[in-house]
Design a protein around this ligand. Structure first.
Ligand SMILES: [Mg+2]
Length: 107
């Protein structure tokens, strides 16, 4: 079983429980998808053309993807803070329970 470690996230000041705050999560998630598509292309291209691209090209795409994942987490935490939630632990536990119930951890 793999677990991804997270730290506490410092939220932005002046967050508000409104539509723009919620849309920021969607915007960052969309950027994550685009970054993943670029990484997939770069990785595949690099495998086929190892002598034609800089060695760190896929690494740059990977770092961009990880940055967008982090941005999405930041935006989600900003929204939670705007809603008065400073501890997502019980909500992540509920999420894990839902996924367990749905059989998503079965191998
Ligand atoms: Mg971003």
């Amino acid at each position: 079983m793999t677990r991804v470690k997270l730290t506490s996230v410092r939220t932005f000041p002046h967050v508000a429980p409104n539509k723009p705050q919620a849309l920021k999560v969607l915007e960052e998630a969309s950027e994550t998808v685009e970054a993943c598509k670029k990484w997939l292309l770069a990785d595949g291209f690099q495998k086929c053309n190892a002598e034609q691209v800089p060695a760190d090209w896929a690494d740059a795409e990977f770092n961009d993807l990880m940055d967008e994942i982090a941005d999405t987490i930041q935006a989600s935490c900003n929204l939670a803070a705007a809603l008065g939630v400073e501890d997502l632990t019980p909500y992540l536990a509920r999420c894990e329970e839902r996924n367990r119930h749905r059989g998503r951890y079965d191998e």
